[in-house]
Structure formats: structure tokens, C-alpha cells
Design a protein around this ligand. Structure first.
Ligand code: MIG
Length: 696
């Protein structure tokens, strides 16, 4: 059951697109109608903001908030929805690049809350007071949805039904991608591809970071680095490689640059109170920000992607769309003035630190987000009020344009900043993590929350973006990354190079990355089913074993789809790990698609060895996992013959979905083959495809 309450004058976010079944209708009910267990204060929400309070039971758990810091259970910390470009994701932070205002409470009551409001929101999940959950919404009004139900997964499905179907990535985007901020030209990219192909390490994509552009100008390609871009794109396609360029939010201010000139002429950029264009500083230098919240400007900006589509590109990543602000021109001038003042005074230690803080504070300054406006739904709205919608708007621009330009074909698209609703247009990557073991675990812990909000196509920079990766860290991280829909090794300029061939053990990389292609039939099938059925692909154990108290505390294992559980190793020098099994499972210690050990494990706690070249997979009773025999790229994976990992006591039925991987229109049921395995080892496959199945 879903109830809706409106407070103040909320800004429409278009997160919710399916109104059916929502009680409360269009007009909000009063505070008195809120279920007794919630307390809402400052009802109008206009001047002072509002607070929603819930008193938690001692053992209540909180799941959700999408992309954010800390554990799977969000209890005990303070989180913010305030999309921020902050590349140091330490435990002490409160917010990352996204605003995913949905969470579930699992305890005395089972319910979920979605706070639909684009302004800043603080979620105190038992931080100030251990038993108090308090959501503080900045002034401006909001819509509160309360979803009740018996089962966590069911509540999530209900929410997902409200917010609309998730974006579908093309199948090739489930292959391995290599990326690095710093690949300069055709030669650099050819070298990456050559290394993978010659060493027999699969690869489907190479990412183009900002260096491919001409002076960081969106929708341009530098003619010196890429003299024949369309021919180069084609050459790569012939080798089974898709090139995926980055697009940044800021448009360079430069006379003669058509994107700038058209935008200016049509008034498509964000403006200051005085009606002149807001100027920020990002990679291209001085930029304007396209007003992607405005329908016309959004369509205009989206259609710009065509210039790259025409050159054979079929995937993009949208960056810097919080939007990140290295500086706002106006404030920079002010800062120079302040600096001159500091110079004139005799600095004491206090003024020194004040000066230092002032200098460090010029980027992403909250006050600067208050100085420009959007022309949104016929009103002039301060950016500050809709800040969390910007990445959503930019990605929607591209997504809507793709529907127009490529109505049949799926285009890869993912974004850094996001809000609920953006999941209909693209996926997300988890931003600038670091080559830290703790971030490997954090990568795992973010997956269920993201799935709850419909972000199914997701993954982190494998090996870590900032700081120096080591071989063992990369191997272990790949051991998780082979299960995430987006599987990309990406790193920052200036850090240690981390393509597999920078390290010594080529065989280990070949086998572990190869496993991705072995699991591809299962992963793609589970992704597509989750997308079409509004379901999750990565689940906390508590979602599958709600009665198991021990399962509720597991923070480092996940259920992946319906048949299996993963337990990645995320500690330096560990040669295995502790695993909790809520039920009996069959363990596969996989070294490659041909080489593994298997063992039956009873429910309970186990220490399971896992060397650097091994990945742990646990198959549930009466389930199977479908495998291929691998391939050098997704296109080469043969799904007419499947190997089945199996743990069958009486009977396992697996619904295996497969399609051509490109079509936007999907008929799930028509693509399903039912694979039935009986305890007598008989196998039957009926439905969409004629396939050969082999128990292994
Ligand atoms: O300020 O384009 O998150 O993936 O490599 C850094 C350079 C800008 C941030 C992205 C990262 C990308 C980098 N970008």
C-alpha cells in the first residue's frame, strides 16, 4: 500500500510516473493522516523546512539511500542528499554524487519512505540519538510517500512500479571495459586493445576520457589526436571494441563554437538573477551550464549527441553533472579581493587558516549554487532548489534524444550525478573512488540501495580511480566486478597505471576477467528480468532470508539474482574469508570457466579459502546458474550451449532470458527458456530458444 502526502509547494521531479494505486491522489492529505508511527513537524515546509521522525526499535535495520557512504544497513550515521563532486569517499562523508531519497525500515514495522524533493535532505538514521530516525527536508515543500507491505522485496517492487521501468543497456555493455583518464590518442587506445587481444584477455570497450575532445569542448573530437575519428571507430568495431566517450556538463565559452553560440542565442543556459548567463569554471575553462531542466534546452542539448552517434559511437558517460564547479566566476573575483585584503594585513595564525579555508572553499560552494536559475515548468527556479535534478536532467536529455534518434537500438549511457527517475534514462557509476580496500567493500554495499531505486546498470571504477592500485587489489576488485553490470577498470591521471598488463600475472587476469564472460548468460538474464519485473538484481541477505537474524547482519555478501550468493574477498593478503550461509549451499571456488573446486556446505559460519586467482560463488538449493564457455567479447559468447552449475535436491527451474542485446523493445516472456533440472540429473529446456544444456 502506498500513501502520498504533500507539504508546502513541492517542485515536480517526475520521479514518480505511475500514479495507479497511490492513495492520497493529487492533493495532499494533512499531517493527521500520516500513519501513527511517523511524526511530521513544520507541516508547510516552506520557511523552516520539515522533519519526519520515526522511533526505531532496538534491532530495526534501514536499507536504501542508493549511492551513499557506509554499510548496507544505513542505521547509525547521518546522510545527505546533496549531489557533490567530492572525490574522497571516506567514512566521515555524508553524501556522494547522488540523491536517492528512498529507504526501507525493517523491524517492528516494515515500511519504506520516499521523499520526493530536489533540495537538500538530511537523513539522521540514529546518529544524534540511536533510536531516532529523523529526515530533515530543506525549505521548499516535498512529497512524502509511505509504502507498507509484508515483504521488503515486494515493497521495493511497488516503489519501482511507481517510478517506471529501468534503463536497459545494450548487451555489449556487459563486457569488460578498459578506461583511464589520460589516454591521449589513437595509438594509446590501439595499444590497450592490442594488449588485451594478444594476451587473450576479453575486452568489449575502451572509454574516451576528456582528452579526446578539442579543448574539452563537448561534441568535438580533437583532430590531431584522432585525425580520422569515424574510421578509427570503425577499425575498433572490427576488433570487437566499442569506444565510449565522456560528455561533461559545462559548455565552453568560445566564439565560433556552435554549441556555445546556439545555446546563447536561444537562451538555453542557466542565468543569474540579472538575466545574464552564469559563468562557472570547469575543464574547458569558463563555461555556461545548459539548462537541462528546461524542456527545450534539454532537447537541444540531447540532440547534440547525434554528432558522435553519426560517427559510429554507441555509448556515452555523462560526467561533472552535479554540476561540479571548480569555481564560479563571480565568487572568484570576490576571492581575489579577499586575498588582496589578507595580503595587506599582517597574517596571524587565525587569519591564515581563514584564508586557507577561503581558498579551498572556492570549489562547489553552496552559495554559488544559489546564484543561478532554471527556467523550469514555466517558472524561474533557483538552482539551489533543484540542485539534485541536474545530472538527471542531463542524462534525460541524452536518453530522450536517443529515443528520437535511435528508436530501435539501445545506446549505452550512464551518469555520475543522479536522482530517482534518472534510472529510466541511464545507469550510474559510483564516481571517483580510490584504490583502497575499503572502497572495494563499499562498492558491494552500494549495489542493493542503487537497485532499489532502479539503478540496475551500475558499477564502480574497478581497481579504484584515485591513488595507486596494486595487483592484488585489482584482482580482488575484479572478483566483485565480474558480477556488476558495468564492469570497467578506470583510473585517474597521475596514479599508477592499472591495465592488467601493468602487472605480472597475466594468467590470473585472463581467468578472472574471463569468468565474466562465462557468467554472462546468467548475469544478463538476471539483469533483464530485474529490469522488466521491477526487481533487484543484488539483494542483501535479509531480503531473501527475512526470518534469519544472522543474515540481517551480513554486510559483505550479496545475493546475485535468484540462484546464487557472492562473497568477495576485500582484505589485503587474505587467503580466504568468513562466510555466513543462511541455508545449505554448494560452493564453487572458481579459477576459470574450466577449472574449479566444488563443495557442499551446511548452513552456518565457514572459513572459505580463496586465493588471489579464485572467485567464490554459492549456489542455492534447487537452483542452477547458466554459464557459457566464455569468449573474447560479448558478441563471441555462444549461448546455444550452456553449462549448468547446479545444486538440485528435488527440482530446479530456471527462467533463462536471452535476446539479441540491441532491441529497445523487449518482450520478457517471449525471451524466456525454462530450464528444468531434476534430482535424477535429467535436464529439459523449453521456450524461446533451442539450446543444449550440460550439467557440470
Ligand atoms: O575532475 O574527466 O569522475 O571518471 O576520469 C575530474 C576526468 C573529472 C571525473 C570523473 C572521472 C574522470 C575525470 N572526471
Amino acid at each position: 500500500m502506498v500513501k502520498r502526502f504533500r507539504f508546502g509547494r513541492p517542485i515536480e521531479t517526475e520521479a514518480v510516473v505511475n500514479e495507479a494505486g497511490i492513495l492520497g491522489g493529487r492533493v495532499g492529505a494533512s499531517v493527521q493522516d500520516i500513519p501513527g508511527f511517523l511524526k511530521v513537524t513544520a507541516g508547510t515546509g516552506m520557511e523552516e523546512g520539515s522533519t519526519v521522525i520515526y522511533e526505531m526499535g532496538e534491532r530495526d535495520a534501514i536499507y536504501g539511500l542508493g549511492e551513499n557512504v557506509r554499510g548496507i544497513n544505513k542505521r547509525g550515521w547521518l546522510y545527505e542528499s546533496n549531489c557533490t563532486d567530492d572525490c574522497i569517499h571516506t567514512e566521515s562523508k555524508h553524501s556522494l554524487y547522488a540523491a536517492h531519497n528512498f529507504f526501507l525500515v525493517d523491524g517492528r514495522e516494515r515500511f519504506a519512505i520516499f521523499v520526493d524533493a530536489p533540495q537538500k535532505i538530511v537523513f539522521d538514521m540514529g546518529f544524534q540519538e540511536r533510536s531516532r530516525l529523523a529526515v530533515k527536508i530543506a525549505p521548499g515543500g516535498f512529497v512524502l510517500y509511505i509504502l507498507e507491505g509484508d515483504d521488503l522485496r515486494g515493497i521495493v517492487r511497488e516503489f519501482r512500479r511507481m517510478i517506471g521501468k529501468s534503463y536497459l543497456a545494450p548487451k555489449w555493455a556487459f563486457g569488460y571495459g578498459q578506461s583511464r583518464w589520460g589516454y591521449q590518442n589513437e595509438e594509446d587506445i590501439r595499444e590497450v586493445v592490442r594488449q588485451h587481444r594478444e594476451n587473450g584477455v576479453p575486452l568489449d570497450s575502451v572509454y574516451l576520457d576528456i582528452d579526446y575532445m578539442e579543448q574539452y569542448k563537448d561534441f568535438t573530437v580533437d583532430g590531431e589526436r584522432f585525425p580520422e575519428f569515424p574510421a578509427f571507430v570503425k577499425e575498433m568495431r572490427q576488433q570487437g571494441i566499442h569506444l565510449v566517450p565522456i560528455i561533461d556538463a559545462g559548455v565552453k565559452i568560445e566564439e565560433g563554437y556552435p554549441v556555445y553560440e546556439e545555446g546563447l542565442e536561444n537562451g538555453y543556459f542557466c542565468k543569474k538573477a540579472d538575466g545574464t548567463e552564469f559563468v562557472g569554471g570547469v575543464w574547458p575553462g569558463r563555461v555556461h551550464f545548459p539548462d537541462v531542466l528546461n524542456e527545450k534546452a534539454r532537447r537541444w542539448f540531447g540532440l547534440k549527441y547525434q554528432v558522435l552517434l553519426e560517427q559510429g559511437i554507441d555509448g556515452f558517460w555523462n560526467d561533472m553533472n552535479e554540476p561540479a564547479l571548480f569555481y564560479a566566476e563571480e565568487y572568484l573575483k570576490e576571492a581575489f579581493g579577499k586575498l588582496a585584503d589578507y595580503q595587506k594585513q599582517e597574517l596571524n595564525i587565525h587569519s591564515f587558516f581563514a584564508m586557507k579555508e577561503m581558498l579551498l572553499g572556492v570549489s562547489n560552494r553552496p552559495e554559488d549554487y544559489q546564484t543561478f536559475y532554471h527556467d523550469y515548468q514555466g517558472e524561474k527556479i533557483c538552482h539551489d532548489q533543484v540542485h539534485n535534478l541536474y545530472g538527471y536532467g542531463m542524462t534525460r536529455a541524452a536518453g530522450e534524444a536517443f529515443d528520437e534518434l535511435k528508436p530501435e537500438q539501445r545506446i549505452l549511457l550512464f551518469s555520475r550525478a543522479s536522482y530517482v527517475g534518472m534510472h529510466r534514462y541511464g545507469g550510474v557509476w559510483m564516481g571517483d573512488n580510490c584504490s583502497w580496500w575499503s572502497h572495494l567493500l563499499m562498492n558491494l554495499q552500494m549495489l542493493p540501495g542503487l537497485n532499489m531505486c532502479g539503478f540496475l546498470y551500475t558499477g564502480a571504477d574497478l581497481g579504484g580511480f584515485g591513488e595507486d592500485a596494486t595487483e592484488d587489489l585489482l584482482l580482488r576488485w575484479l572478483g566483485l566486478g565480474i558480477f556488476t553490470p558495468l564492469m570497467r577498470n578506470h583510473s585517474a591521471m597521475g596514479t599508477r597505471m592499472q591495465e592488467f598488463y601493468r602487472f605480472g600475472h597475466v594468467d590470473d587476469f585472463r581467468n578472472i576477467i574471463g569468468l565474466r564472460y562465462v557468467f554472462l548468460p546468467y548475469l544478463y538474464s538476471e539483469f533483464m528480468k530485474a529490469a522488466m519485473r521491477d526487481d533487484m538484481m543484488f539483494l542483501p541477505l535479509a531480503f531473501v532470508y527475512p526470518e534469519d537474524e544472522m543474515a540481517a547482519g551480513v554486510e559483505d555478501q550479496l545475493m546475485v539474482g535468484e540462484s546464487m550468493m557472492i562473497a568477495p574477498v576485500y582484505r589485503q593478503n587474505a587467503r580466504g574469508r568468513y562466510v555466513y550461509l543462511p541455508e545449505e549451499m554448494k560452493l564453487y571456488r572458481m579459477r576459470s570457466g574450466e577449472d574449479w573446486d566444488e563443495e557442499m556446505l551446511p548452513a552456518g559460519h565457514h572459513y572459505v579459502p580463496a586465493e588471489l586467482n579464485e572467485v567464490l560463488v554459492f549456489v542455492r538449493p534447487d537452483h542452477v546458474v547458466v554459464l557459457s564457455s566464455g569468449g573474447g567479447c560479448v558478441e563471441k559468447v555462444d549461448t546455444s550451449r550452456l553449462d549448468l552449475l547446479h545444486f538440485v535436491k528435488t527440482e530446479a527451474v530456471y527462467e533463462w532470458y536471452e535476446d539479441d542485446g540491441y532491441q529497445k523493445k523487449v518482450n520478457l516472456e517471449a525471451g524466456i527458456t525454462r530450464i528444468v533440472v531434476k534430482s535424477d540429473k535429467s535436464v529439459r529446456a523449453e521456450g524461446a530458444r533451442k539450446i543444449e544444456c550440460r550439467l557440470v
